[in-house]
Every structure is written in C-alpha cells, then in structure tokens.
Design a protein around this ligand. Structure first.
Ligand SMILES: *Cc1c(COP(=O)(O)O)cnc(C)c1O
Length: 376
C-alpha cells in the first residue's frame, strides 16, 4: 500500500529530494560541499525573509529551540512565554530548565493570543527580556498574528522569538520587515526533507544579546556556528545527506516562488476546512492555520479507531491530538509537498472511514466542497 503522510512533520518527500539521498556521500570539508552550503545560505535568507545569516544545525527542531535559550539568556533572566499548546509549553520547559524565569500567558487551547495582552504584560513588567511564541501552534492548529505581536516588541529592548518550525513556508513570516528577532525552523515540515536539520535566524538586536549570555553551550554555540558558516563551513560534521537534500528542496521552492508556496498552502487548507465542514464536523482551531486542520471527532466515532482505519485500510496517516486533546481531535496536515489531489485523497479516506464507523456521511459531500475551491 502507498503510504500517504498527512502529519505535521514529517511530511512527504518530493521525488527529487528522495533521489538526492540515494547518492554517495561527499566529504564535508570538500569544495563540493562548501558550494552546497554557499547556495543554501543564500536561499535560506530568501525563505526566512532576512538579510541575516540563517544558522544550520543537525538536530530536530527542539534542539534549535534549546540552543536559542542557551545562547541568548543568563540564569535569572525573565521571559514571557505564550502557552497555547504543547509547543508553547515546550518553550517554557526549556527556559525553566536553564534557570530562566518564566512568566506565561496561558491560552485556552485552540485560541490565538491577543497581542494586546502581550503589550499589557510588557507594560506591567519592564524586566521582561523576551517574548516566546509560535507562528503556528501545531498541537492546536492555531496561527498567531506575528505581524501585530512584532509591532508590540519592535523598538523596545525586548526581543521577539518565534518558533516557526511548522509555520515557515505555510504562513507568511516577514522576519526583517516585521521586526521578528529570532526565528526557529526545522527540516521535516514545509521544507520537504526528512527530520534532522534545524535552523535559527537572529536579528542584530538578538545577536547583541548573545554577547552577554553566560548559559553553558558547546555544540550549540551560535558565534562559532556563524563564524564557520561565513566561510561556507560547519563547525562539526553536519548531516551531509540532509544538507544536500535541502539544496534540492530549496531549489524546488524557489522555482515555485515563495508567494506561490504560501498561496498553495492557503488554498489546500481552505479546501480541507470546507470539506470537513461539509461533513458536519467542527474545526477545533479558532484561528485555523494553513499548516493543518484540527477536526473535532465525535466520541461515538473515536479518534483512535478513525485514525487506525484511515491508516490500515487506505494508507492515509493523519495525526491525533496531543495531551488532553488525544481522544478529541485529528490533525490533517496539508504541509510541504502537497497538491490538489492529495486533499481529495485524505477527504475520501476520511469520508469512507467515518461511514464505516457509523457516522452519517453523504459520500462525496466533503470532496465536492473541497473541489469547489481546489478547481479554481
Ligand atoms: C515540529 C515542531 C517542533 C519541533 O519538533 P521536533 O520534533 O523537535 O522537530 C517545534 N515546534 C513546532 C511548533 C513544531 O510543529
């Protein structure tokens, strides 16, 4: 059976990317590899919408999140964390692990943060050094209004740190233009390569803070990484195969055009939402993102049974909910190398599985609603 991934990481791999990885390995101190890095550095600036260097690490996205804390802060520093789901919680856990003092804005899961709340917190406490947030909180499928949040932090001493691991490539993020100070991303989402690479972009304001940070770091030292990358090198042995795959995926994204990539995600997301609503199901997220559609599943159907059937019968893998949402929602990702027909496939598998599990479905209704958007 063909395996079809509709999960918010890892995402499917384009054939061009798969083939690159079948090639023999090259040495990371060779001119050939330096040339790859040189091209990637340029393209990452484009993708991250920044003129600054985008640092590359061989790790999953969380590694880069931890590295951000270790490189910018010192014990006792105070930060504000937006906690609207699993990944917001992760920022708070990492900061606390390093002895950084966390104040949080706790959201009801499924809701987006109101930027005015951030402004209020910053006004009340001038000791806050940074605001940590997500672009898309993948556990709830919610997109946050980073442009407006950046207006709150811009021109102040505080920096804005955005986990865009799932959002980059699916939602607009104008790093320099909006004044976002730190952006974290990962390889296995919209960048269409396997897990194993993570990225960090820092503004001049954020780089200045790294000068005073005295938290321990060795492998993760941003200054060492930057110095090496300036010479088209990495400090340590990188995940060479993934780096070569990344060059290929960045070429594909460039060929499509960044605005078209974002537009494609928006269209597939809208079609998925319409398809799901046409089946009488509810969208969980109050501000649904273009990364994934979180769908409330009636308890009579059951998340576990539904996911199992979609996977075993149709080869369609969707994600379940996390933590308290485990048995409440499924998350259908339309992220990365996805196209119009993929949405038909996932909605079809959803309709047939729901029907088999006794949920009343008028076959084809979800697909028809999606096609009305996809066909345009
Ligand atoms: C996937 C993801 C991460 C990183 O997770 P890893 O498993 O460490 O790659 C971080 N934040 C968000 C919002 C994500 O979706």
């Amino acid at each position: 059976m063909k395996r079809k991934l509709f999960t918010p990481g890892p995402t499917p791999l384009p054939e061009e990317v798969r083939l690159i990885q079948a090639r023999g390995i090259i040495h990371h101190r060779s001119k050939e590899f330096s040339d790859v890095l040189k091209e990637i550095r340029e393209e990452l600036r484009y993708v991250f919408q920044t003129k600054e260097e985008v640092l590359l690490f061989s790790s999953s996205g969380t590694g880069a999140m931890e590295a951000v804390v270790a490189n910018i802060f010192s014990p006792g520093d105070k930060v504000l964390v937006i906690r609207g789901g699993k990944f917001g919680e992760r920022w708070a856990e990492i900061a606390a692990t390093f002895g950084v003092q966390v104040i949080s804005i706790d959201l009801e899961w499924g809701h987006a943060v109101n930027p005015e709340l951030i402004e209020k917190k910053l006004r009340e406490d001038s000791g806050i050094k940074a605001v940590f947030t997500q672009l898309v909180e993948t556990s709830t499928g919610v997109v946050y209004d980073i442009e407006t949040i950046a207006r709150v932090t811009k021109g102040k001493a505080v920096i804005l740190i955005v986990d865009a691991v799932s959002g980059l490539g699916a939602e607009a993020l104008c790093t320099d233009k909006w004044g976002v100070d730190v952006v974290v991303a990962g390889s296995q989402k919209a960048l269409m390569i396997p897990p194993g690479l993570a990225f960090v972009a820092l503004s001049g304001k954020a780089w200045k803070l790294t000068e005073n940070s005295d938290l321990p770091k060795y492998y993760w030292d941003f200054k060492k990484a930057k110095k090496a990358q300036d010479k088209n090198q990495t400090v340590y042995t990188p995940a060479i195969t993934l780096v070569c795959a990344l060059r290929e995926s960045l070429r594909l994204l460039k060929k499509e055009g960044w605005d078209n990539v974002l537009g494609r995600h928006a269209k597939l997301a809208k079609a998925t939402r319409q398809g799901v609503l046409a089946l009488g199901l509810q969208i969980f997220s109050k501000a649904p993102s273009n990364v994934l559609t979180a769908v409330e599943i009636p308890s009579s159907v059951g998340v576990k049974r539904l996911r199992g059937l979609m996977r075993d019968r149709y080869g369609v893998e969707v994600a379940g909910g996390q933590a308290a949402l485990a048995e409440k929602i499924i998350r259908i990702a339309h992220l990365g190398a996805m196209e119009v027909t993929d949405i038909i496939v996932v909605l079809s598998a959803l309709e047939m599985s729901l029907s088999e599990l006794g949920y009343p479905v008028e076959m084809g209704k979800g697909i028809a609603a999606a096609e009305a958007i996809l066909g345009r």
